[in-house]
Write a protein that binds this ligand. Sequence first.
Ligand code: N7H
Length: 488
Amino acid sequence: MGEYPVPPQPPINVGDPVDLHNVQGDVLFGGFPKKVQNFYFFIIDGSQVQKFRANLSRILPFVCSSNDIKQKREQIQINKQMGKTGLVPMSLVNIAFSGHGLKKICDSLHINSGFGDPLFDKGMLVDAPNLGDRVGEWNRGFAENNIDGVINIAGDDAGRIASELGIIKHMLEADKPNGPMHEAFTLAGHSRPGAEDGHEHFGFLDGVSQPAVPGVDTPTRLQTVYDGVGRLLMKHNHDDQANLQTGQIETVQRPDWSRDGTIMCFRKLDQLVPEFHAFLRAFPIDVADPGAPPTLGSDLLGARMVGRWPSGAPLELTPFHDNTSLAGNNEFDFHDDASKCPFSAHIRKTNPRHDTTVDNRNSTHAITRRGIQFGDEVTPHEASSNRSDPSHVRGLLFVCYQSNLSNAFSFMQQRWANNPGFKPLAPGVSGEVGFDPMIGQSLTGPTSASVNLGNPTRPLILARWVISRGGEYFFVPSMSTLRMFGSG
Ligand code: N7H
C-alpha cells in the first residue's frame, strides 16, 4: 500500500443506535457461525393462519437475535484463545416470510402488509426475467411460487440442527396431516471439506468483503462502510431506494412494524465446476514469461474473472501471481485503470469501491452476504470428462440482506453484473467492459467480459457456469414484530 493517495473514510453516522436484541441473528456480526445450514421452506394453510400465528409464538424462544450471535462469536474467540479444539456446539434459528406469507399474516391481523418495496411484493419469480434468469431452468419448488416462509437453521453439526428443526416443526404442527402449515421443501448446505473449508466450489476463498455497519462494527482500513444503518435495517438512516430505471434515489414510506427488519434475498445457484475449469484451461492468458509455471495463464484468467486469487489475495495488490501472505486481504481500492484488476471482474462489478464515487466507496448499493455451499465435491469422472454429472449438483445457496431490493441486490445484478456498459468513471475508458464473468446473465445470447491483459475493452466470449435455479425474497421481521405476529 502507500502507492496511491488514500481517500478519506466517509464520516460514520453512529447517531442511529441499533437494538441488537431486536434484530434477528443472521443479519449482523457476520451472521450465524456455521458448518451446516438448512433452509426449510414452508406453506401456511390460508384457512388456519390464526393457528399458525399461535404456534409461531411458541417457537419464538428458539429464534436468536444479533445479540445472541455476538455472544456466540465471543465464546468462539475465548475458546480459541484458551487453545480449546473442536467446534462450539450450537443450533441457531431465524424465520422469515415471503410476500405471500406476510400478506396472510397481516390480513389475519387486519393490517396492511406493504412496506414500500415493489420487488418484494411481486416476488422473485416475477422479477426473474429482469435478473436474467431463465425461468424454465428454475427448480419446481421455486417456480410453483407458493412459498410463504423459510426457517433458516444453522450450526456446527447436521444431526444437531436436524433434531432442533424436528422439535420446531412439531411445535408448528407441520408434521400433522391438515395442520396449519406444511413443508414445501428443504435445502441443505454445508461448508466444503478439509483445506477447501471457506472456499466456494470454483476454489476461491469466499466471505471476505462485507460492508461495516455504523455503530455496530469497527471498520477495518479501507473497508466499505454503509453510509447509514438504513441500508441494511428498515426505518433507520438512509433507508431509501433507487429507481431502477433512472437510478434516482427516492424516499420510501414504511410502517412502524418494519423497523429493524430487513429483506433476505435467497438464490439457489448451481455451479458447473468441471466446465469452468475446462474453460480456464482452454483460454489461458498469455503471460509472456517462458519461466512461468505451466498453469499460470489459466490461473490468471480465473483470478481476473473474480478479482481475487483462490487464496482471496486481491489482484489490485498482487496482479500476476497468488500471494498467500495477502490471503483474504481487503485493504485496497480500485484506481482508475484496469492494469491490475479488470473493470468487469466479479468483485469490481459488485463493489466498484472508489471507482464510481470520490468519497463514499459505494455503500449505497452494498449488500450483506451470507450463504453456504451445497452439493458434493467434483468426482474424478467429472474432472476427467470436463462435465458436471446431474446426479452431483453443487453450488451456492446465496443469501444477502438489505433494506431495499432495488437499491441493493436487484441493482447490483441488473445495473452492474448484467450490464456490459457499466464501468467506472475512469477518464479515457471508452467502449464496453463486459458482463460480470461469474454472475452476469443475458437472455439474448452469450455474455462476454474484458478480462484479457493489456486491453480493458477487448471481449472474451464466456460460457455459462453459474445457473440460477430460482429463489425468493423474504421479509426478516424484528424480534418485537415476530412477537406481534404471534400475538392475538
Ligand atoms: Fe460473489 N466467486 O467465487 O466468484 N464472490 N459470487 N456474488 N460477491 C465474491 O469478498 C461468487 C454472487 C458479491 O466487496 C468473492 O467474499 C460465486 C451474487 C459481492 O469486494 C468470490 C457466486 C452476488 C462481493 C465470489 C457469487 C455477489 C462478492 C470474493 C455464485 C450479488 C464482495 C471473496 C455462484 C448479486 C465484493 C469475498 C467486494 C465477492 C464468487 C454470487 C456479490 C470468490 C461463485 C449473486 C458484493
